[in-house]
Design a protein around this ligand. Structure first.
Ligand SMILES: [Zn+2]
Length: 180
């Protein structure tokens, strides 16, 4: 796994993110900075749909797009909207450990059976559904995926500042994923 930078003080926040909405997010969530009042969004957060995560930040502070694995490849119009209409120029892309999108293929049987018993799908249709979509959402490793998604988004939106972050579900803290 890539190295995670622990944020225990403002000095731990990389200079590139300090005094930006990304640094503010880290201060609110990790350092208990008092919540300020905002009348418009300051950044876009892309994070996994996983239920174990909750961000501590002020109302109105961020647009949030939640998707399996924090994968924004299929949410591009929403990303563009937050930038163009919402006027945010910072994105925090937040992966997390124990993500269900890693080794998704191992959950094939569970997925198909769940759609049959809980949703009332035909087994064959559930199987096709899984086989069609699983390759689009499968991620190899949580940190590698966030780094590659960060690179892709930086190319797509060159003037936007994008930070690869990580949420550890064990301590509910945010970390910066170190880039080399
Ligand atoms: Zn996840």
């Amino acid at each position: 796994m890539e190295k995670l930078i622990t944020i225990n003080s403002i000095d731990d926040i990389l200079p590139a993110y300090r005094q930006t909405p990304i640094g503010l997010l880290l201060e609110y969530h990790n350092l208990n900075r008092p919540l300020e009042t905002f009348d418009k969004a300051q950044l876009l957060v892309g994070m996994c749909m996983d239920n174990r995560k909750h961000l501590h930040m002020p109302d109105n502070f961020a647009f949030i797009i939640r998707s399996g694995g924090a994968n924004l490849r299929y949410s591009e119009f929403k990303v563009s909207y937050a930038i163009a209409v919402g006027q945010v120029s910072h994105i925090a892309l937040i992966g997390h450990n124990n993500c269900g999108m890693v080794n998704l293929i191992s959950r094939k049987t569970e997925f198909i059976n769940g759609l049959v018993t809980i949703a009332g799908w035909e087994k064959e249709r559930a199987k096709e559904h899984f086989m069609h979509f699983a390759p689009m959402f499968e991620i190899g490793s949580e940190t590698d995926f966030i780094l590659s998604e960060t690179k892709r988004l930086r190319l797509r939106y060159p003037k936007v500042i994008i930070a690869p972050l990580f949420y550890l579900v064990d301590d509910n803290k945010l970390y910066i994923i170190e880039e080399n």
